[in-house]
Ligand binder design. Structure first.
Ligand SMILES: Nc1ncnc2c1ncn2[C@@H]1O[C@H](COP(=O)(O)OP(=O)(O)O)[C@@H](O)[C@H]1O
Ligand SMILES: [Mg+2]
Length: 123
């Protein structure tokens, strides 16, 4: 068989949450989480060449925690942050700053990418 074009390969998405009927009370927090998910997933389709994606959205007593993990090609996150080059991440950062949220980008070339987001419920 000939080699499969990576860009058309299947991506296996998994989504875990512990909401069990819980609803986010604050609209700004809700929209922020939604926009981050949108940007993160778009980036995975555009850049990652991942075959597996794990998304976790957890509600704890005082915080929401969102992680978006892919097993794709990764990138030099330090460089993107330092040079302030990514428009998408800039938007994420601005939204999070407005509600005192926290973002960590963990990525290494060849070893996938994990975004970790924490937002205090009473920011
Ligand atoms: N999941 C990912 N896998 C590989 N590279 C990524 C991923 N997410 C982002 N990147 C890299 O980080 C850069 C910055 O992303 P972003 O801020 O969303 O900017 P944009 O999508 O507008 O190019 C992208 O151009 C891409 O090189
Ligand atoms: Mg983007």
């Amino acid at each position: 068989m000939t080699e499969v074009d990576k860009s058309t390969e299947h991506i296996d998405f998994k989504f875990y949450h512990n909401f069990n009927g819980h609803q986010i009370q604050n609209k700004q927090v809700e929209v922020t989480l939604y926009r981050i998910l949108q940007e993160g997933i778009n980036n995975i389709f555009k850049y990652s060449k991942a075959t597996k994606v794990d998304i976790q959205l957890k509600s704890y007593e005082d915080i929401y925690m969102l992680t978006i993990e892919d097993n794709g090609i990764g990138f030099d996150a330090k460089k993107v942050v330092k040079e302030n080059s990514g428009l998408g991440f800039k938007g994420i950062k601005n939204r999070l700053d407005a509600i005192n949220g926290f973002l960590e980008i963990e990525s290494q070339e060849g070893r996938g990418t994990t975004l970790l987001i924490e937002i205090k419920k009473d920011f």
